[in-house]
Design a protein around this ligand. Sequence first.
Ligand code: DAH
Length: 346
Amino acid sequence: MDINDKISQILTQVEQMQAQSRDELEQLRIHYLGKKGEITALFDEFRTLSKEQKAEIGASLNALKNLTANKLQEMRAGYDEQQAAENKLDLTRSAEPIALGTRHPLSLVKEEIIDIFSRVGFTVEEGPEVEDDKHVFGMLNFAPEHPARDMQDTFFVEKEEGVQKPTDILLRTHTSSVQTRVMTTQKPPIRVLCPGRVYRNEAISARAHCFFHQIEGLYIDKNVSFADLRQVLLYFAKEMFGEDTKIRLRPSYFPFTEPSAEMDISCNICGGTGCGFCKGTGWVEILGCGMVDPNVLEACGIDSKEYTGYAFGLGVERITNLKYRVKDLRLFSENDVRFLRQFSAC
Ligand code: DAH
C-alpha cells in the first residue's frame, strides 16, 4: 500500500472515530499520534521519500495530522463539559455531618477530681513518668529490700540495651514520687494534687493493667492533723459521689505515711445495703492515705518538728469504674469508639 492509500485509509478511520470514555480517547491518541502511532509512522516514512513525492504528499499528511489532533481535542472538550456538569456544586445540599470527638472518661473524672480539690486550695503539679529509685522509693522510706523494687513488680529502664539490672531508672509505680519532687523544690505551706500515669509489671486482664492513672494529694503546713485529712476526704467523697456518701478509714500500712489508712466509701451502687459490686459489704475501697512520715519530710529537707502533713493517693480508673460502672479496665486503653461515644454527653 503506498503512502497515499495509507493516508486516505487513516483519514476515513479518523473521521468515524468515537470514544466511550476518557481512557478510550487516550488510547486513540496513542494509536494515531503516539510515539509509535500510525500517523507518526507515516511521518517516518515521509522522510524517506524523494523531494517530488514530499511536495506532493506533505500537505495531505499534515492535514491528516491536524484533523486527527483537532478531532481528539473536540472529543476531550466534550468530556470536560460533561465532567463539569457532574461536578456542579449543589448549594441546596445539607452539610456533611462533622464527627465530633468525645472526652475520655478518665480525663473527665480526673478533671472532676481536680476541680473538687481546687475549690479547697489544691493546685496541680506534675512529675516525670521515667523516674529514679530515689524519688519513687528511697526518699519515700521504702526499705532497700522492699518487694516493690523487684523486677516482678516494677519496669526498670535499661541503661544499655540488653543490660537490665542493676539500674536505678524505672517507670514510676505511683504518683507519690511527685510528692518528693515537690517537697524538695517548694517550701511549706504546700497543698498540691499530682495526677499522672503509673506503671506496674502486671499481666493485663479485666481487673489489672500494666499502666493506670493516679492522683496524689499532699498538704504540708504547721499543725496539720489527721482530722484535717479525714475532713478533706469526706468533703471529696460527698462532692464526687453525692451528699449521702459515708466514709470509713481502716488502719493500713504504707512506708511513707504514719499512721496510714485506707478509705472506703459507702457503696454508691447499692447505697450501702450490700451488692455484688461491694461483695455484700456495703463498702468499697477508694484510696490510701496517712500522715506524711517524718522520715520522708526530713529526706526532702523539711523540718519534721516544725511541719506535719497528710498525703493520699487514689486510682482514677477505680473512681471512674464506680461512677460509670465500667467492668473491664482494658476498655480504657483500647480506643473503641463504641465505648468512648457513650461519654459524649458527660
Ligand atoms: N502510693 C500508693 C499506691 O500506689 C497510694 C498511696 C497510699 C498514696 C497512701 C499516698 C498515701 O499518698 O498516703 O498504692
